[in-house]
Design a protein around this ligand. Structure first.
Ligand SMILES: NC(=O)c1ccc[n+]([C@@H]2O[C@H](COP(=O)([O-])OP(=O)(O)OC[C@H]3O[C@@H](n4cnc5c(N)ncnc54)[C@H](OP(=O)(O)O)[C@@H]3O)[C@@H](O)[C@H]2O)c1
Length: 241
């Protein structure tokens, strides 16, 4: 029986690449999206063309409790098992201290911490019965402190704490790890100048930006590992050194 991966925010960019990587492994793939319906449908049909009936889509805003509950109900009906949950969806924008409001707090914590935590809670029995794993996608820059991103950073740091706490709490049945990307892609809807890009590349020992594939390969590695839990794997070309 095929294994099943459920990836949040999988219609584009890093989440999409993880889906494509697991298509090649012939897993069933549940593609979650919020607003990118067309991209999610297109990706699902590409996967289904390659491997018949192996991709399904689910919509939901992770800021909203009802949506999270609906996602949990829907995804459990899709395939016999869920073997791997990837909490990849994320909202990312700056919140300088004087501009912080409760609305920004809810938005940044919703997709980066609260949604992932409640998805884990809702899917843990299904993951337990398949001896599955969870991978939370965080961010390598947290440890340095990032000016103007205090809410996003707090949410991702919270997700790393959840990773370690739940690695103990859900063991031995479920492995829980995090992958912390470095500078992979420009933020959505942002284009860096050559100068900005070169400055970032200069700060990376491996002298290149990361790619979606670098993260997908790390997910594949963790998915096959049987003896790693509670770890934050930095995939950042050495930037955090
Ligand atoms: N890109 C990088 O260089 C980088 C660096 C460090 C860490 N990361 C982490 O790596 C992961 C993937 O990065 P990425 O750049 O590929 O992500 P992204 O494009 O910024 O976001 C991925 C998806 O998250 C979904 N999303 C956002 N808010 C949501 C909400 N409230 N409810 C449900 N879905 C929501 C969006 O889905 P829809 O489009 O369907 O609305 C979006 O396509 C993220 O966790 C990010 O924090 C990335």
């Amino acid at each position: 029986m095929n294994k099943t991966i459920f990836i949040t925010g999988a219609a584009k960019r890093i989440g999409k690449e993880i889906a494509i990587t697991f298509k090649e492994l012939k897993w069933n793939i549940i593609i979650h999206y919020n607003s990118s319906k067309d991209d999610a449908e297109k990706l699902a049909s590409e996967i289904n063309e390659a491997n018949k009936d192996t991709a399904k889509i689910v919509q939901g805003d992770l800021d909203k409790t009802d949506d999270v509950e609906n996602i949990i109900t829907e995804v459990q009906k899709m395939f016999p098992t869920i073997d791997l949950l990837i909490n990849n969806a994320s909202t990312f924008y700056p919140t300088p201290i004087d501009e912080i409001s409760e609305k920004h707090w809810e938005k940044l914590v919703g997709s980066n911490l609260k949604g992932p935590l409640f998805l884990i809670q809702g899917l843990k029995e299904k993951l337990k019965s398949s001896k599955g794993s969870i991978i939370n996608i965080t961010d390598t820059n947290l440890s340095k402190g990032v000016a103007n991103y205090s809410i996003y950073s707090a949410a991702k740091a919270g997700l790393e704490s959840v990773t370690k706490g739940l690695a103990r709490e859900l063991a031995p049945e479920i492995k829980v790890n995090a992958i912390a990307p470095g500078a992979m892609l420009e933020p959505p809807d942002v284009t860096w100048t050559e100068e900005q890009k070169n400055k970032v590349i200069d700060s990376i020992p491996l002298k290149r930006m990361g790619s979606e594939k670098d993260i997908a390969e790390a997910v594949k590695f963790l998915a096959h590992s049987q003896y790693i839990t509670g770890q934050i794997i930095k995939v950042d070309g050495g930037r955090s050194l």
